[in-house]
Design a protein around this ligand. Structure first.
Ligand code: SAM
Length: 465
């Protein structure tokens, strides 16, 4: 452990009292590694069940008590070298921050619109996506563009079609007006809780930075507050210990917005539970007669946009019989009647019917990075399936012939190498490649070899030697 700043020690001693020694000892111990499994990916082998093919079967050392489908590993393996990591079968997440699940389970019992405001790289979003009632809409937002792309990548791999990724600042989202039932603000903070896991954060710490973070957090909450429906829930979290960025900001929300605290703050400390430092609390926006708690007040009547929607496109394609690929686009997804298909210059996108109104409104007002399931696009008369279709839980299991790969070939595929020896029994055209039955992406079989359609920017770059 690097030397802790003297002022941090003084302040945290004051906060922890006689627990300081135990706390300091915990900081000098190693950080636990934990993963959370994707409940929607077709029965991913589960290390908790000790299954033969489970990733890290020999490393699983027990469940994370406050989260479902999550477990600790006895050491940190190379996740990059596990094809299932790239398939979105699990997410590597620090255990304490998984505490979000308990609040959601306790307070959210019917389908909701949820905003994860500060969402990159996607730990909270992938968890929300796993535990929200079915048919909820998750809007995962990240203000920094490069981070928004990483967020989109992680959520695409997670494969839940009820997801929209946006790249906006909190004020732009606030301008939507009351829209969300739940807003999660996992605020940028001074990161005291990450000192053990990420020692570089120690050097960035100062009292002045704590003050700066606390102010910024209040501004973020104030900016987004109008987007919360009356009666809605705001969940606030940080990975820092000090009171300014935590309790004092919760107190500020209560006095500024008259918002009662509905979930007493919970602080995770590394000497008490197995995980890093984390703080989480929730407040409720007061209900008001003037604003009935109802969704669709802001839905657009007739959105003006360049996207052709609905069955129209497909109907035309079908009747002209100009392309058999286009006519079978709906057959690529399970339960196609629960989706609406949109076509724009990037190709075809399926949006769950329950999320269409929200999608149309957000598309007018925000910068959308990805939404629903991008199915693919036409190139000439060829339909090129999109990687997000391969990753999606909505992909119909008989949409494409599959090609199961062994681990070495799977890793070569993820490095975007062409597959050289293809069985003559396999049909030409697009094949879904799988590892342990889990989709990794598409190839195009041209006979003696298959071209690799894995996204260039996602490929494994490290040498596999
Ligand atoms: N929720 C994420 C997860 O679980 O994976 C971690 C979020 S991280 C603690 C905070 C995020 O807030 C960062 O991605 C950062 O880019 C973003 N951020 C920084 N300044 C911001 C601002 N002024 N408004 C909104 N978000 C901001």
């Amino acid at each position: 452990m690097k030397q802790l700043p003297a002022e941090f020690i003084t302040r945290t001693k004051a906060l922890l009292g006689d627990e300081w020694d135990a706390f300091e000892q915990a900081l000098n111990a190693g950080s636990p590694t934990s993963i959370r499994l994707n409940p929607f990916k077709n029965s991913p082998p589960n290390p908790l069940r000790g299954e033969q093919e489970a990733p890290f079967r020999e490393l699983g050392v027990g469940p994370v008590p406050w989260a479902s489908n999550a477990c600790y590993l006895s050491e940190r393996p190379s996740f990059t070298l596990d094809p299932l990591f790239h398939a979105g079968n699990y997410y590597v997440q620090e255990a304490s921050s998984m505490a979000l699940e308990e609040l959601i389970r306790q307070h959210v019992t019917k389908p909701v619109r949820v905003l994860d405001l500060c969402a990159a790289p996607g730990g909270k979003s992938t968890q929300l996506s796993s535990v929200l009632p079915e048919e909820s809409l998750l809007v995962a937002n990240e203000v920094i563009r490069t981070r928004a792309n990483i967020l989109s990548e992680n959520l695409t791999k997670w494969g839940n079609p009820h997801t929209i990724v946006t790249n906006n600042d909190p004020a732009a989202i606030g301008k939507l007006g009351a829209f969300f039932d739940v807003i999660v603000v996992d605020a940028p903070c001074s990161g005291e809780g990450m000192f053990r896991k990420d020692p570089a954060s120690i050097a960035e710490w100062s009292v002045a930075n704590v003050q700066l973070c606390a102010e910024r957090q209040r501004r973020i909450v104030a900016d987004v507050w109008p987007a919360l429906l009356p009666g809605g829930l705001l969940i606030y979290s940080t990975c820092t210990y000090n009171r300014e960025e935590n309790e004092e900001n919760i107190d500020w929300m209560c006095s500024e917005f008259g918002a009662p605290v509905i979930e007493k703050p919970r602080r995770f400390l590394p000497h008490r539970t197995k995980g890093e430092g984390f703080f989480i609390a929730a407040v409720r926006k007061p209900s008001s007669e003037a604003f009935p708690h109802h969704h669709h007040a802001h839905d657009p009547q007739s959105p003006k946009n360049k996207t052709k929607s609905v069955g129209a496109t497909l109907a035309v394609a079908q009747s002209s019989a100009q392309s058999s690929a286009q006519s079978s686009i709906t057959q690529l997804i399970k339960n196609p009647n629960q989706f609406r298909i949109f076509e724009n210059k990037n190709g075809f996108t399926a949006i769950p019917t329950t999320g269409v109104a929200g999608y149309l409104l957000l598309k007018e007002r925000l910068k959308i990075v990805s939404a629903g399931v991008h199915l693919g696009e036409m190139k000439g008369k060829d339909f090129i399936p999109s990687h997000s279709l391969a990753m999606s839980c909505a992909l119909s299991s008989n949409a494409f012939p599959t090609l199961e790969l062994d681990k070495t070939t799977a890793l070569n595929y993820l490095k975007k190498e062409a597959l050289q020896t293809i069985s003559p029994d396999l049909p030409k055209g697009h094949l879904l490649v799988t590892y342990l039955g889990c989709p990794l992406g598409f190839v195009k079989n041209i006979g003696n070899r298959a071209n690799n359609l894995y996204p260039q920017e996602w490929r494994i770059r490290m040498s596999l030697a």
